[in-house]
Design a protein around this ligand. Structure first.
Ligand code: VGL
Ligand code: ZN
Length: 213
C-alpha cells in the first residue's frame, strides 16, 4: 500500500501569509492532481496554541528568525503562524482536501516545536502517524507540501527512520529557503530517500491510461 502525505498546506505558508513561502501557491494544482494517483491520502496541519514558544512574540526582546535554546533544543523563532482556529491555520480554498482520510495535527504542545508529522523536534511524543500508516499496511510513503526544507524534510527523515520506503515529490514542494532545500535533500538522499517528479508517477505506479515517456 502507498500513501500520499500532504504536509502543512495552510494559508500562513502561502504568499501573503504570516510565514510565507515564495511561490508556495504554485504547488496546489500539482497536489490536487497527485491525489488521483493514491488510494490513501493523509494530511498534516501545523496547529499551534497562541502562546507557542516557537513564536518570537513569546520571548521578550526576540524577533522572528532569531535562534534560541528552548528546553534543550536549538529553536528558530518564527512569526506567529498557524494559530489554532485562525484562517492562517486553515487549508487554502483551492486545496482539495476531500479525499484525505485523516488529518494529523502537530505543534500543539506550547513547549516544543514539531516539524515532522511523526514526532516533535525532541522525538519526545509521537503523533501515532507511523502506527496509523502501518495499520493501513502502508509500505511506501510519498511526501510533499510546505515548507520543502523544513516540515517536508523532517517528516521525510522520520518516515525513513520508521522503515517506510520514502519519496519526496519535488514539484509538489516549495522551500522557505532554496539553499536549505539543496542541503536537506542531499541529507535525505544519503539516508536512502528518493526524489521524484509528479509527472513520472502515473507510469511508475502503473496507472492505467498513463502515457509512457
Ligand atoms: C513549518 C516552520 C515552522 C513548516 C512549520 O511547515 O515547514 N516551518 N512551522
Ligand atoms: Zn509551525
Amino acid at each position: 500500500m502507498k500513501a500520499l502525505l500532504l504536509v502543512d498546506i495552510q494559508n500562513d505558508f502561502l504568499p501573503g501569509g504570516a510565514l510565507e513561502v515564495p511561490a508556495g501557491d504554485k504547488i496546489i494544482p500539482v497536489i490536487n492532481e497527485l491525489q488521483n494517483y493514491f488510494e490513501l491520502v493523509v494530511i498534516t496541519q501545523d496547529w499551534h496554541p497562541p502562546d507557542h514558544k516557537s513564536f518570537a512574540s513569546s520571548h521578550v526582546g526576540k524577533k522572528p528568525f532569531d535562534v534560541i535554546e528552548l528546553n534543550g533544543l536549538q529553536q528558530t523563532l518564527w512569526p506567529d503562524h498557524c494559530v489554532q482556529g485562525t484562517s492562517g491555520a486553515s487549508f487554502p480554498v483551492a486545496f482539495n482536501t476531500n479525499k484525505a482520510e485523516a488529518i494529523f495535527r502537530k505543534g500543539t504542545d506550547p513547549e516544543i516545536d514539531s516539524y515532522s508529522g511523526f514526532y516533535d523536534n525532541g522525538h519526545r511524543k509521537s503523533t501515532c502517524l507511523a502506527d496509523y500508516l502501518r495499520g493501513k499496511k502502508v509500505k511506501e510513503v510519498y511526501i510533499t507540501g510546505l515548507c520543502g526544507d523544513i516540515c517536508v524534510f523532517y517528516t521525510a527523515m522520520d518516515s525513513l527512520k520508521e522503515g517506510f520506503e520514502t519519496y519526496i515529490i519535488e514539484d509538489g514542494t516549495c522551500p522557505l529557503k532554496k539553499e536549505d532545500f539543496i542541503t536537506t535533500m542531499q541529507v535525505f538522499k544519503d539516508k536512502g530517500g528518493m526524489i521524484i517528479q509528479s509527472g513520472s508517477l502515473p507510469a511508475a505506479l502503473n496507472i492505467v491510461g498513463a502515457k509512457t515517456q
